[in-house]
Design a binder for this molecule. Structure first.
Ligand code: TYD
Length: 208
């Protein structure tokens, strides 16, 4: 029965892919079957990490500084929120996690993958998401959606080349770990995406 074992689910995708739209439904669906569900986000998720988020999203910095700060925020997030929740048997749903660092900092900003892998090992130990939903859209769709949205943060102001690298990096990671990743074609009508997400979450709940 779901609820007895903590599970870690992460949501990923380029800005503008629409993942934020689906989070409330996902959380409601899991809550209907699981005693305790924590909904959180990265960078952020604790007061200290949320302060780091402000810097990360609004201040320009060297890509390696950005990577180190992402992992500093992540260390805090794991220690304060994720690890204790999983230990209690809760489900943790995080809007982004380390796949975002591989996609944004390595894929799009060329930080060396082995440096990120070393930080991942240090900060996470064996902790990995049990399942990751990747909301995938073609770059033009993402850029069009962002142009219609609120004030962009630093990442959302990047151009087509950045977004192409980002998308490819995410898809490569998904391909390398098909057991963990669920790739969702998020360019379709919202209702179709919603239905697919529902089935994926149902299967994740059933599989534990
Ligand atoms: P995002 O998740 O898009 O939140 P919102 O929908 O509220 O804008 O914002 C987080 C940004 O941080 C996003 O542009 C991706 C970036 N990011 C990284 O570059 N590396 C990371 O490791 C993480 C977690 C996020």
């Amino acid at each position: 029965m779901a609820g007895k074992h903590g599970k870690f689910i992460t949501l990923e995708g380029m800005d503008g892919a629409g993942k934020s739209t689906h989070i409330p439904n996902i959380v409601d669906q899991v809550k209907a079957q699981v005693d305790e569900v924590i909904c959180t986000r990265e960078p952020g998720g604790t007061p200290v990490a949320e302060e780091m988020r402000e810097l990360l999203l609004h201040r320009d910095m060297h890509p390696e500084t950005e990577t180190l700060l992402m992992f500093a925020a992540r260390r805090e997030h794991i220690a304060e929120v994720i690890a204790p929740a999983l230990a209690r048997g809760a489900y943790v749903i995080s809007d982004r996690f380390t796949d975002a660092t591989y996609a944004y900092q390595a894929g799009a900003k060329q930080v060396a993958v082995d440096k990120i892998a070393a930080l991942e090992k240090w900060v996470q130990g064996p902790l990995q998401p049990d399942a990751t939903l990747l909301f995938d859209v073609p770059v033009e769709v993402s850029l069009t959606r962002l142009a219609a949205a609120r004030m962009p943060d630093k990442f959302e102001r990047e151009g087509t080349a950045f977004f192409e690298k980002l998308r490819n990096a995410y898809l490569q990671r998904a391909k390398a770990d098909p057991a963990r990743f669920h790739i969702i074609d998020a360019s379709r009508a919202l209702d179709d995406v919603r239905k697919e997400v529902k089935v994926i979450i149902e299967n994740i709940l059933l599989s534990y």
